[in-house]
Design a protein around this ligand. Structure first.
Ligand SMILES: Cc1ncc(COP(=O)(O)O)c(C=O)c1O
Length: 414
């Protein structure tokens, strides 16, 4: 975004624009699109793996057989067939859902935004992991949430610290509007919440009377290990709102996601969606529905997961080979991301500038996952969008910048 010294429209803006934040990933799009930069920044699905012939066939089918309907407005909650397909996708994660409880959204991002729109009053508390999905922060901030971030570790959300936080809030006579969590192959941390901790979270939701917002775009992209139950499937008390998207299992360009919620919440979400954009794209839904009819949707997911698996292995091997021993990183069992923790004296925002300028390699600085900008010594590395040879080269270049900065620090400290 261009910085303007004096803004003559200053007096026109709503107060909430003062709290609006840009997502660090969006800011990095321009840098990472530069052809000579190896981008380990964007969580870009491997769309080049998508079968172009299938897309051509299903698009042709929709255009020739149902052109007028595809070009028309549709119901706010989405087409019945889309919702039935969503139920099938969720069933693949052993999560049974009544299609009446589904609303189709414009990507998973809109699902997050709609939840914020209908639940948050300015100053309301929301609990997230620390770090959280950088793209959730602009929505939370736009609706002026007061965000409390609770650390995670290799087993995901630290439920012991979550409980401490809830107790503290209870003593102060308050509680959060909701807990936002990414249980599988977390963005940006790459970790998953263990079965035990999932059960604890569901118990806390019941005991403290809380809503959990479960955001699960990556659950189907597992390389190894047993599938873990969704929080939604564990919940017996209608305390979980479930969000997901077709972005990682078909394509982000389709811009279709979904939200599952108890009927009263869904009614409000529907009103919010009407205000936001009337309805999800009918054309995109009909293409997806035709795709579900024509192809076995799991085929592409299985294919692309094999691609990501190899890329993850390449990144882990390169990190082992090139990164200094002071660095530690997560070992994701699926998804897109590895989370690296560097010595505390390093600042990854500064490091990014050097990495792009001197070595033509990019990543997401860890501070993007914190509302208050902390987490400066972390970085998110995406292995999904780059072939193995480039991953190795990117990590090698990045290691060079990190080592130089560490040497500089040591020299300055004597
Ligand atoms: C955790 C999480 N939630 C939501 C989204 C947004 O999904 P969509 O591209 O469908 O809007 C993403 C995208 O990267 C994500 O990682």
């Amino acid at each position: 975004m261009t910085r303007i010294g004096f803004d003559k429209y200053e007096d026109f803006y709503a107060r909430r624009t003062g709290c609006m934040r840009s997502s660090v990933m969006r800011d990095l799009m321009a840098v990472t699109a530069m052809p000579d930069v190896i981008s380990l920044a964007g969580g870009l699905p491997s769309t080049e793996s998508f079968p172009a012939k299938t897309l051509a066939r299903v698009t042709h089918e929709v255009a020739t057989k149902a052109c007028a309907a595809a070009l028309q407005y549709g119901p706010t909650e989405g087409l019945e067939e889309t919702k039935a397909n969503i139920a099938r996708v969720m069933e693949a994660e052993n999560t049974l859902v009544n299609t009446d409880n589904i609303i189709v959204t414009t990507g998973g991002q809109q699902a997050i935004d709609l939840v914020c729109r209908i639940l948050i009053n300015p100053g309301d508390l929301v609990i997230t992991e620390a770090p959280t999905y950088p793209g959730a922060i602009p929505s939370l901030c736009s609706f002026e949430a007061n965000v409390i971030q609770v650390p995670l570790d290799e087993d995901g959300f630290r439920t012991d610290l979550l409980k401490d936080t809830l107790e503290k809030l209870k003593r102060a006579g308050t509680k959060p509007k909701f807990i936002y969590t990414i249980p599988n192959f977390h963005n940006p941390a790459g970790v998953s919440i263990s079965r035990q901790r999932r059960l604890e979270m569901i118990a806390m939701a019941r005991d403290y009377g809380l809503i959990i917002v479960e955001d699960n775009p990556y659950g189907q992209l597992r390389f190894e290990g047993e599938q873990l139950p969704t929080l939604y499937s564990l919940d017996q008390d209608d305390n979980v709102i479930y969000l997901s998207t077709f972005s990682k299992i078909i394509s982000p360009g389709i811009r279709l996601g979904w939200l599952v919620a108890p009927p009263p919440i869904l009614q409000k979400i529907n009103l919010g969606k009407q205000a936001a954009d009337l309805c999800p794209s009918t054309l995109a839904q009909m293409i997806v529905n035709e795709y579900f009819r024509e192809a076995r949707w799991q085929d592409y997911v299985e294919k692309v997961t094999r691609v990501y698996h190899k890329r993850r292995d390449a990144m882990l091997a390169a990190l082992e080979k090139y990164f200094p021993e002071e660095a530690v990183w997560t070992h994701p069992r699926g998804g897109f991301f590895i989370w690296v923790t560097l010595p505390e004296y390093l600042n990854t925002v500064d490091l990014l500038a050097l990495a792009v300028e001197e070595q033509k390699v990019a990543f997401v600085p860890g501070s993007g996952g914190w509302v208050d900008g902390s987490g400066a010594n972390h970085m998110r590395l995406a292995f999904c969008g780059v072939p193995e040879d480039k991953i190795e080269e990117g990590i090698k270049r990045l290691a060079k910048v990190i080592r130089e900065q560490m040497d500089l620090y040591r020299a300055l400290r004597g």
